[in-house]
Design a protein around this ligand. Sequence first.
Ligand code: PMV
Length: 327
Amino acid sequence: MNISGKARAHTNIALIKYWGKANEDLIIPMNNSLSVTLDKFYTETKVTFSPDYKKDTLILNGQEVSEEQSKKIYRFMDIVRERSQSSLHAHIESVNYVPTAAGLASSASAYAALAAACNEALDLNMSDKDLSRLARRGSGSASRSIFGGFAEWEKGIDDETSYAHSIESDGWEDDLSMIFVVINNQSKKVSSRSGMSHTRDTSRFYQYWLDHVDEDIASVKQAIKQKDFKHLGEVIEENGLRMHSTNLGAQPPFSYLVPESYEVMEIVHKCRKAGYPCYFTMDAGPNVKILVEKNNQQYIIDALLESFNEEQVIASDITHTGIEIME
Ligand code: PMV
C-alpha cells in the first residue's frame, strides 16, 4: 500500500542571522535567530512511501536528481524513518516556486515542506514544535519556515530544545514587505554550511558576534512590539553587516558580497536620506534583501530600477501562513 502526503512551505529571510553551529550533526546553532516568512517564494512537496521502493528518489522541478546530489535528502529521510520507526522508502516530488534564475536559497522552504509532507503521509501527528525540530535537521533555517509572520529559532542545547516558534506581532507584518535584488554573480559559491563553520572555527570577530546577538534579538522583539520600523531596521541592518564582517575576520578571510551588493546598499542609503526608510540584509550570497514599509515600496523599487532591470527586482509580502497541508 502506498501512503502519501503533500505540503507547502514558504521561504524565510533572517533579520537576525543564524551563523555557526554548536553541533554539526544535530544542527544546533550557536545563537538564536529571527526571521520573516515570505509570501511569494515557496516549495510544494509530495512524498509517497511504499514497500515497493528499494531506495528514496527525488524529482525536483520535474527533473530526477542524481544520487550524488540527493545525499542530504537521503540522510534526512533516514532521520524520518528513525523517528517514525518505519523502514519504508519514499518517492519525493518537489517544486520550488521561486522566480526563474533568481538564485535564492530554497533549502528552508524545501526541508519545511518535506518534513510536513512526511508527517502527513506517515500520520505522525507532530506538533509545530516537533515539525520545526525535524525540519531543522535538514537545514537550520528550515526550522523557522514552519511559521508565518515573524519567527524566532531558539538555539536550545540539544535536539529536544532547539526549535522555532512564531512571535506575536499584532499583524504588523501586513504593513511590511521585502524587496529582493537579485545579483548575477559568477564567483565561486561558498555554501552557508562551510562558510559558517570556517568562520566559527577561525574568525577573530566571531566571539564579538556571539557577545552581541542576544541584544539584537531583544531589540528586534521590542521594535516589533512597538511597531517601530526605524528601530527594527537599524538593528537588522547592523546585525547583517556584523555577520558578514565575521567572514572578513576568518582565516583565510572571505566575503559573499560583490560590487553590485554595495551598489544596492548605497541606493538604500540614498532612499533613507530622501525620507523613505528602508533597510538591507544579505545572506550566504551576493543578493540583497530590503525591508520596507509597503507604502514606500514603489519609491524604493523605482530607485532600484535606475540601476537594475525588472527581473532583478522582486517584491514580496510577508505571509501569515505557515505550513499548509494540500489535497
Ligand atoms: O540553514 P542554512 O544552512 O541555509 O543557513 C542559513 C544561513 C543564513 O541564511 C546566512 C542565515 C539565516 O539565519 O538564515
